[in-house]
Design a protein around this ligand. Structure first.
Ligand code: ADP
Ligand code: MG
Length: 482
């Protein structure tokens, strides 16, 4: 099936061809015709399947026919994060080149003045995060009663971020006579209820079982210990000659520290997390997109839904606390038909998280046991590992927070701060001796290279032998466990 079969205008078809797309993805094939007909729609498809164009394309044609009015946006797209909102705006620019639609972006972290000015003139498309929109609405700066088309995108992420009450309120401010589209990778009961309440006889389009992971992504679990994660990660990055990869961490502090560590080891990496302001995040993302750096270390919220072309690898430096975060994280690779690889570093403490992921996705993930014997951990790895008492056990604060945070990035901020406060005291330094054998290449100066810990295995605090010996795993050597 081609885009021309979907009923889109010639101008739009030209823009799509210019964008280099030859064929609509399944969700686009099924969504575009009913949306053009004015129907409400629920679109369920995993990440990376092209949901954005599934609503942006028909919207451009629908909006191309009407006229802008001051103060009243004609359509509203709700996105859970600023990055996603910015990406949707990029999509409008790309496909809308032959149309004269005006657009405003209402997102946190950006000066409000310009946004308000744009709104006063009137816009065809308003793209907003719920928090910022409610804020402006509360100040009487915006009227939603001219808004006859509403898109709730990434609904399951909205739920995770505590945005559902805001969305419900926003829905009540829009005219009843409107078209509503809802897109989500999964369909938890709360979203189903939201749809029942605010959509009118929607067409339901579903292209894959909810929460299945993309079959183009090859997934592995790498068994290791907290102390050795950095070494193992560096080994993976080197062994595979990664073109472009995203590394996910559960906490912002880990994002920062890991990025610094990678840079010290000569990797071209950047970071993106909830502590950075919007321009800084966008700048880092641009550096990654341009290829100035090829590794992006990220926290979940900051990276949610990022669409970066050609990410070959995803690494979960920490196994995610929520199983659906796993689906979203690894969905950064294997996009639009390309092949991708996802590695998750797992420690003994992650057993439950992994079991939940496998339950959600209905797939068993291949375990990779690194062959050789146990090894030293280097100084800086020690910095990062949870220290002293409580190691290996989760403190209350480290446990996943469901329904946790509220707006934008507060969720991961809160987790970080609490964990930091709760960190146990640092242990005294260990006895160390220089290592004698150097069977591997190491980018660091000699005095920074890892040293061997000669204490008995059970004296070390990094848990029992996990079968890892040395920082560079030779991936030709791995065995797949059942
Ligand atoms: P989702 O919202 O489902 O996670 P996106 O809309 O972000 O996915 O699209 C994922 C990627 O697929 C983007 O890089 C997008 O440019 C690309 N894409 C979308 N539609 C097509 C298509 N018809 N052909 C090729 N690539 C596409
Ligand atoms: Mg999307």
């Amino acid at each position: 099936m081609s885009f021309a079969d979907l009923g889109l205008s010639d101008e739009l078809l030209r823009a799509v061809t210019d964008a280099g797309y030859t064929e609509p993805t399944p969700i686009q094939q099924q969504s575009i015709p009913p949306v053009l007909m004015g129907k409400d729609l629920i679109g369920i498809a995993q990440t990376g399947t092209g949901k954005t164009a599934a609503f942006v394309l028909p919207m451009i044609d629908i909006l191309g026919e009407g006229r802008t009015r001051a103060l009243m946006p004609r359509s509203l797209i709700l996105e859970p994060t600023r990055e996603l909102a910015a990406q949707v705006a990029e999509n409008f620019e790309k496909y809308g080149t032959h149309h004269k639609l005006s657009m405003a972006l209402l997102i946190g972290g950006v000066q409000m003045g310009d946004q308000v000015k744009a709104l006063e003139k009137g816009v065809d498309v308003l793209i907003a995060t719920p928090g910022r929109l409610m804020d402006l609405f509360g100040r009487g700066k915006i009227l939603l009663n001219g808004c006859s088309l509403l898109v709730i995108d990434e609904a399951d992420r909205m739920l995770d971020m505590g945005f559902i009450p805001d969305i419900e309120e926003i829905c009540t401010k829009l005219p009843k006579e409107r078209q509503t589209l809802l897109f989500s990778a999964t369909m938890p009961p709360v979203i189903k209820k939201l749809a029942d309440k605010f959509l009118n006889d929607p067409k339901r389009v579903e292209v894959a079982r909810p929460a299945t992971t993309n079959t183009n992504i090859t997934q592995f679990l790498i068994e290791t210990s907290t102390m050795k994660k950095r070494e193992v990660l560096r080994g993976l990055l080197e062994a595979e000659n990664v073109q472009s990869g995203i590394i996910f961490c559960n906490r912002k502090t880990t994002v920062r520290e890991l990025n610094k560590s990678l840079q010290r080891h000569g990797f071209r990496s950047a970071e993106i997390h909830g502590d950075m302001d919007q321009p800084a995040r966008i700048a880092e993302l641009e550096r990654f997109k341009r290829g100035d750096v090829n590794i992006l270390v990220a926290s979940d919220v900051a990276a949610r839904g990022l669409d970066v072309k050609g990410v070959s690898h995803v690494y979960n430096f920490d196994a995610p606390w929520h199983p659906d975060d796993y689906v979203h994280r690894i969905g950064r690779t294997g996009r639009a038909g390309a092949k991708g690889t996802a590695y998750t570093l797992v420690t003994k403490e992650d057993a439950e998280n992994i079991a939940n992921i496998e339950k959600l996705t209905g797939q068993k993930i291949s375990r990779v046991k690194l062959k050789t014997a146990p090894a030293p951990s280097d100084d800086e790895d020690r910095e990062e590992a949870p220290r002293g008492r409580g190691r290996g056990r989760k403190t209350e604060d480290e446990k996943p927070k469901r329904g946790r945070g509220k707006k934008d990035d507060r969720a991961d901020d809160a987790v970080d701060e609490e964990v930091r406060r709760d960190e146990p005291r640092r242990e005294p330094a260990r006895r160390e001796e220089p290592r004698r054998d150097e069977p591997r290449r190491d980018r660091r100066p000699r005095d920074e290279q890892p040293r061997r810990d000669h204490r008995r295995r059970d004296e070390r605090d990094d848990g029992p032998d996990d079968g890892w010996n040395g920082p560079i795993p030779d991936f030709l050597n791995y065995t797949l466990a059942e």
